[in-house]
Design a protein around this ligand. Structure first.
Ligand code: DHB
Ligand code: FE
Length: 284
């Protein structure tokens, strides 16, 4: 059977992608950011996941005010890196896993979560920057990636509770797929940041670190936090953090299994206009 072996959490700051693409990752400003991912890069080489179920948000790239799916599952065979205004990032094509994605669609929708299915979609920095952080700059991504796009851009956004519940349904779906696959689930976006308005530049270290503590130790309690608390404390774009609850909800302990092991925890300020957070939890 397919198994969810670990969850990875990371910010997706576009300037991190640009720093890599433009050969600036060795500069003094960026060195401490990339150093936080040295462990994860080695760890994932040993883990060799077959598939990453990558929870991220689109930033008005594939979707727009014309069409606003709350939860969009990428069921296609491949997904092209998008041009976000400076040409597409020089990163490999993303290859999906249509069979597993179709199985997840069947299971999660029959579990009463109304997903949007997307067979064709371009993917923006929300998806490609986390891949770059964990895999560096390979010729091809070393595994399949199922994109799962969550609307955290246009209100109303889904609640943390809903995200935590859908994570549990995704776990059930993956672990009932009849093929031996090592599957990781990633939660991306965050941490505290606000990109516009009078509070642009807002960063809240204390709140971010408390969020990491609670995500590790008591995600069910964290999932009850209302969206307005994210926005007030972590800035308007801090709401991206609800996506981390999807990955956390898919871990074994939430379904009555053992507590995960914290393999990596990293926090750094600043990276462009935001705080960077990164966590790796491994199932036991
Ligand atoms: C920026 C954009 C993002 O989508 C994000 O999550 C963090 C920062 C930016 O433009 O700096
Ligand atoms: Fe973002």
């Amino acid at each position: 059977m397919a198994r969810i072996t670990a969850s990875v959490y990371t910010s997706h700051v576009p300037a991190i992608g640009a720093a890599l693409d433009l050969g600036k990752s060795g500069e003094d400003y960026w060195k401490p950011v990339f150093a936080g991912y040295d462990f994860g890069k080695e760890w994932i080489k040993e883990q060799k996941p077959d598939v990453i179920f990558l929870v991220y948000n689109d930033h008005a790239t594939a979707f727009s005010l014309d069409l606003i799916p709350t939860f969009a599952l990428g069921t296609g065979a491949s997904f092209t890196p998008a041009d976000e205004g400076w040409g597409p990032r020089p990163v490999p094509m993303v290859h999906g896993h249509p069979e597993l994605a179709a199985h997840i669609a069947q299971s999660v929708i029959q579990d009463d979560f109304d997903l949007t299915l997307v067979n064709k979609m371009e993917v923006d920095h929300g998806l490609t920057v986390p891949l770059s952080l964990m895999f560096g700059q390979p010729e091809a991504w070393p595994c399949k990636v199922i994109p799962f796009a969550v609307n955290v851009v246009q209100y109303p956004v889904p609640s943390g509770r809903r995200c935590f519940q859908i994570g549990q349904a995704i776990r059930k779906a993956v672990e009932s797929f009849d093929e031996d696959l090592n599957v990781q689930i990633w939660g991306t976006g965050g941490m505290s940041h606000q990109l516009q308005g009078p509070r642009a530049g807002l960063i809240n270290r204390e709140w971010d670190n408390r969020f990491l503590d609670r995500l590790i130790a008591d995600p069910a309690d964290l999932s009850t936090m209302p969206h307005i608390d994210y926005v007030r404390e972590a800035g308007s774009e801090g709401i991206e953090l609800v996506m981390w609850l999807i990955a956390r909800g898919a871990m074994a302990d939430v379904a009555g299994g053992a507590q995960p092991t914290v393999k990596q925890r990293f926090y750094h300020v600043p990276a462009s206009n935001t705080a960077v957070g990164h966590l790796i939890l491994e199932n036991n």
